[in-house]
Design a protein around this ligand. Structure first.
Ligand SMILES: CC(C)(COP(=O)(O)OP(=O)(O)OC[C@H]1O[C@@H](n2cnc3c(N)ncnc32)[C@H](O)[C@@H]1OP(=O)(O)O)[C@@H](O)C(=O)NCCC(=O)NCCS
Length: 185
């Protein structure tokens, strides 16, 4: 057994400076608020968003279907869980009456600070600002809960996610290191 150190940034946002996106969701997309019977759907979207990403090495549960279900269940049972800051993105095709969930975000409250958990958009639906919308929705809910600050952690190599967070107003607070046990073949 050995260990790997993954550098991550803790980022912070002053919720009083939160500005709404100046555009609408693309056609066919909508956001769905948390209900307990959506737990499985959040877990599935989480799994499909993270399973091939480097964060699945940092948090192996993200690369595993059952792991995502357990994680989602654990988050939603926390006393600090904020249902209003927890959203799914949904895509409806106008012609075939098919629909699917394609993005997820969850929020909890940690010592009076809103904490973003696992923002994920499944690959086929990326680059349409869904991630930005989900994040904004969750942050606006933090503000409505009366919180003044939001925080999140992101793996330092995840440049795309960092750009998204910086565009919405997050700044890097400090670097933290996640230690992950690895077995050598
Ligand atoms: C990070 C993640 C959530 C972003 O989701 P997304 O829906 O693609 O995000 P957005 O569309 O809001 O923004 C992404 C990019 O698309 C661009 N974009 C979005 N809509 C656009 C449009 N209409 N025209 C031009 N560019 C657009 C954004 O400017 C941004 O560009 P960038 O490459 O410079 O960052 C997604 O990539 C993901 O799930 N990754 C894997 C999981 C992960 O790492 N999550 C973060 C954990 S901390």
């Amino acid at each position: 057994m050995g260990v790997m150190y993954y550098k991550r940034f803790r980022m912070e946002l002053d919720l009083r400076k939160l500005v709404a996106p100046k555009w609408d969701l693309p056609a066919g997309y909508s956001l769905v608020s948390w209900q307990e019977d959506l737990l499985w759907d959040h877990a599935e979207v989480k799994y499909h968003s993270f399973r091939t990403e480097s964060d699945a090495n940092v948090f192996p549960c993200l690369g595993d279907r059952q792991g995502c279900l357990s994680l989602m269940s654990e988050i939603s049972r926390k006393e600090s869980f904020l249902p209003g800051a927890t959203w799914l993105a949904r895509y409806d095709t106008s012609h075939s009456r098919k629909w699917e969930y394609c993005g997820t975000i969850q929020g909890i409250q940690d010592a009076g600070i809103g904490s973003i958990q696992n923002l994920g958009v499944i690959p086929e639906h990326r680059n349409q600002r869904l991630g930005t919308f989900l994040l904004f929705k969750s942050l606006a809910a933090f503000r409505d809960y009366g919180l003044l600050r939001a925080q999140l952690e992101v793996t330092a190599r995840n440049a795309g996610a960092i750009r998204l967070y910086e565009r919405i107003g997050f700044t890097k607070l400090r670097a933290v290191y996640k230690i992950v046990e690895v077995s050598h073949a």
